[in-house]
Write a protein that binds this ligand. Structure first.
Ligand SMILES: O=C(O)CCC(=O)C(=O)O
Ligand SMILES: [Fe+2]
Length: 181
């Protein structure tokens, strides 16, 4: 895996591997047509976080292409953890977004890992210190892998901001099972 690590402050970091999944367009089409999409009817982060996008959770009963399991195994080997939860977020166009947040439960944990493979067209993925300040932008799409680690969910926040024009992107997210500390 050709990973490039960016060390942030307070023990947070992100790894990025550009074009990690070469067949991203095929997997995008598969999920766009077949994933069990729902709107986020329940408040996922906190009541202030607006989340206009479609989401899906993949379980054992879902029809998942073998590449999804192959990527999970590669990530588990590399990061020496069990990425047993798989979920999806579908940004249909520039109106879809996720506001600044640290992932639920993980934002209370000392450290946590989240691996995201971006399918389809790029969107800007932003990071900033929790509560505000300048942001760093990483355009993510076309099979790029990003892994957030260390204190990233607690000391940093991330967002996919709205933009005037964007083609569709799906984020395929792998997370370990997190326990409330
Ligand atoms: O779309 C992404 O890459 C990020 C999504 C995200 O942060 C989340 O669902 O918690
Ligand atoms: Fe998140």
């Amino acid at each position: 895996m050709a990973l490039e690590r960016t060390n942030l402050e307070e023990g947070a970091w992100v790894d990025i591997a550009r074009g990690w999944l070469s067949g991203h367009a095929t997997l995008f089409d598969h999920f766009a047509q077949r994933a069990p999409w729902r709107t986020e009817e329940r408040v996922m982060y906190d009541s202030k976080v607006e989340v206009p996008r479609l989401v899906a959770t993949l379980g054992p009963e879902d029809d998942v292409p073998p590449i999804v399991e192959a990527m999970r195994r590669a990530l588990e080997r590399k990061y020496e953890t069990s990425f047993s939860r798989t979920s999806l977020a579908y940004y249909r166009d520039g109106h879809d977004s996720v506001a600044w947040h640290g992932d639920y439960i993980a934002r209370k944990m000392e450290s946590a890992l989240v691996a995201t493979v971006s399918l389809g067209s790029p969107r800007n993925f932003l990071l900033r210190k929790t509560g505000g300040g300048p942001s760093i932008a990483f355009p993510l799409g076309h099979g790029d892998l990003v892994v957030m680690g260390g204190s990233c969910q607690r000391t940093y926040q991330h967002a996919i901001p709205k933009v005037a024009r964007a083609a569709a992107r799906i984020a395929l997210m792998y997370r370990p099972v997190w326990k409330e500390p």
